[in-house]
Structure formats: C-alpha cells, structure tokens
Design a protein around this ligand. Structure first.
Ligand SMILES: N[C@@H](CCC(=O)N[C@@H](CS)C(=O)NCC(=O)O)C(=O)O
Length: 237
C-alpha cells in the first residue's frame, strides 16, 4: 500500500508588502516563518514536537515580497525564522531550537547525559558549517564522492548511540536540525544523479524511515515538485 501523503499544517496566509503588521509585543509568541525555508522548518518541528502549537503562533512571511515593517520593526536581519517572545525578537535557527527547548514546556529535546550533550554540540556545529556547505558545493563538483562523504559522516554518527534510531538514540534537537536538509538533498540527489543516499547506509535508511513517522515532522515536509526546479536554478544554472 502506498504511504499516506504528508498532512500539511494549514498555514495562515502569508504576509507580504501589502499586509498590516500584527501587533508587536502584545503577549503573543510568534514564529515568523516560511513553509519553504529549511532553517525555519527546524524550529517548526521543535515547536510541534513539544506540543506548542497553541503557544507559538506561526506567521508566514512572503520572502519574495517582504513587508517593509518586518525589517524595520521586527527583525532587522530580514530573514526567517525569527521568534517574538517576552518582549524581544530573536533569530538564527540553531539558537532558536535551543531557546524553545529551554524556555517552553514539553519534552526536553536536549539530553542530560554529558556524552550525548557533547556529541549534540558537535553535530549541531557541523550542520551548517560543514555538512550543508560541502553537500551544496558537491552539486558543482564530484557530486557523488563529495556528497557521499557527508552521508558517510552521518551514517557513522548514527552508530554512536544504539538506544534508538536517532542521532542521540532518542529524537532530539540534532534530528530537527538535520532533517530539513537531508530531506531536500535526498530528493535532489535522487532526481538529478539517481543517487540514493540510503543505499549501503542502513543506519541512515532507518533514520529516514523513523523520522518520516513523526507527527511533528510530517506537516512540515517540503514539496519535492518545488525543490527540484528551485535547486536546479539555484545550484546548477
Ligand atoms: N542562519 C540563518 C539562515 C536563515 C535564512 O537564510 N533564511 C532564509 C530563508 S530559507 C531567508 O530568510 N532569506 C532571506 C534573505 O537572506 O534575505 C538561520 O539559521 O536561521
């Protein structure tokens, strides 16, 4: 039987240059976001996993036609994600996932075990500075060799703790940090190079299978129909 289609969370309407600004610092916690942004997706998954759908309101921003007030009044960096909480606005997805985990209710996504904490920090630091950069630069290089080395790194990392299928055994911030990019790279490498990132990597194959079962993740998944043309234009043109 075919896998059921992912259930997309119905996002509120995107705010664009014609939209009025929602009242700032009125006590509502807002996640300025975009359904297409992998960085914002990290934070969205954490919000869902912790059961914060009612506490953290999603405010999608049209990145192609951004409202002027967003940069001027909300987040001068003019990017998503950004979180409005307790009279301030903070950004950067890697900081935000930790902030939400530490400052809101719900299951902790950062382990107590010092060995797991150390490994979590290592993997999180590796995500944007190395993994992401190397896979993206592989698209214009020796793709399978260069990208393959990064998926070998993940396969290896997944062998470290055996008390569950995720990077630290149980689902954690590390999985939320990596999944938006693994998801996109899996689609793109398969489509353009017929390269299956899970082939010969049983731990990664199991990780993909398990993460796809998570209700916190399912509604956040990207649309493969959009990713392929978008990545072709961005990385191969
Ligand atoms: N380092 C940032 C990156 C965020 C980012 O680049 N977001 C993109 C959308 S996916 C964005 O807002 N781009 C608009 C711009 O750069 O002007 C993070 O981790 O949050």
């Amino acid at each position: 039987m075919a896998a059921p289609a992912a259930v997309q969370e119905v996002l509120p309407p995107y705010l664009d240059s014609t939209s009025e600004q929602p009242p700032l610092f009125d006590g509502t916690t807002r996640l300025y976001t975009s359904g297409k942004c992998p960085y914002a997706q990290r934070v969205w998954i954490v919000r869902n996993y912790k059961g914060l759908q009612d506490e953290i309101k999603l405010v999608p921003i049209d990145l192609q036609n951004r409202p002027a007030w967003y940069k001027e009044k909300v987040y001068p960096q003019n990017k998503v994600p950004a979180l409005e909480h307790n009279g301030k606005v903070i950004g950067e997805s890697l900081d935000l996932v930790k902030y939400i985990d530490a400052n809101f209710k719900g299951p902790s996504l950062f382990p107590d075990d010092p060995a797991k904490q150390k490994f979590a920090e290592e993997l999180i630091a590796y995500s944007d500075d190395t993994f992401l950069k190397n896979v993206v630069s592989s698209f214009k290089g020796d793709t399978i060799k260069q990208a393959g080395a990064e998926f070998d790194y993940l396969e290896n990392a997944l062998q470290k703790f055996d008390d569950g299928p995720f990077f630290l055994g149980q689902f954690s911030l590390v999985d939320a940090v990596y999944v938006p990019f693994i998801e996109r790279f899996q689609i793109f490498l398969q489509e353009v190079w017929s390269y299956d990132i899970t082939s010969g990597r049983p731990k990664l194959a199991a990780w993909v299978e398990e993460i796809n079962k998570l209700d916190a993740y399912k509604p956040t998944k990207c649309d493969p129909e959009q990713i392929v043309p978008q990545y072709k234009t961005r990385f191969l043109a």
